[in-house]
Design a protein around this ligand. Sequence first.
Ligand code: OAD
Length: 233
Amino acid sequence: MKKRIAILTGAGVSAESGIGTFRDNGGLWDRYDPMTVASDEGWRRNPSLVLEFYNKRRLELKGAKPNKAHLLIASLEKEYNVDVITQNVDNLHERAGSTHVIHLHGELTKIRPENCCNERDNYSERSVIDIGYDEVRLGDKAPNGAQYRPHIVFFGEAVPKLERAIELVSRADIVLIVGTSLQVYPAAGLYRYAPDGSPIYIIDPSDVKVPDPRLHHIREVATVGMEKFIELL
Ligand code: OAD
């Protein structure tokens, strides 16, 4: 039986691919107000601004490539059962070859009608469409007449994949956290579902903002930290 590794990733894993993080100096939330561009209220108030923000993010992603950290995470599948649970809306884990990826906060390359669905039917995946790196504008409407919106979990909205993520973490033999400030709940609390006795590693070049004796800190950027983590295994 292969051991199970649950890997919780955040913006830091994609930083070396040139995609900026949110809360580091000069990060996205220094330049944009999250409540304007990434909240349910912001969407209701000014959907054009929100669409423009995510159009830019999509374009940025088009020019980015998976880095060595994404590739090393994907390579772990040879010897382990790996579940990647990411807060990132980019597709760099998939492009690196990871085959079990859960996006807690949605996906940049997808959109859905704004009146579509609810948590219970998991946004009924059939209403979600893949647009790759294209732009979305106000007036782009679904066949049912509703405006398309980013398939992103805005601040103020529920995280539909949470239960599945909890289940995966709670049966992991090893938990690895890479590049997240652990500031945004419920994602930040997921590692606490690790079974007693399962080691929990965190790769981050900065101080861990949530001091917790269960966390073994590998103080490196993601590419170097992943090499060290694999040596430790
Ligand atoms: P943050 O920007 O809050 O945190 C990024 C973390 O990555 C920090 O702890 C950095 O120290 C670390 N970091 C920076 N460079 C790194 C590198 N090269 N290698 C490894 N780590 C590095 O990003 P998240 O924790 O992912 O949500 O943010 C969580 C959520 O907040 C996002 O999913 C987004 C945001 O608002 C939504 O938009 C819904």
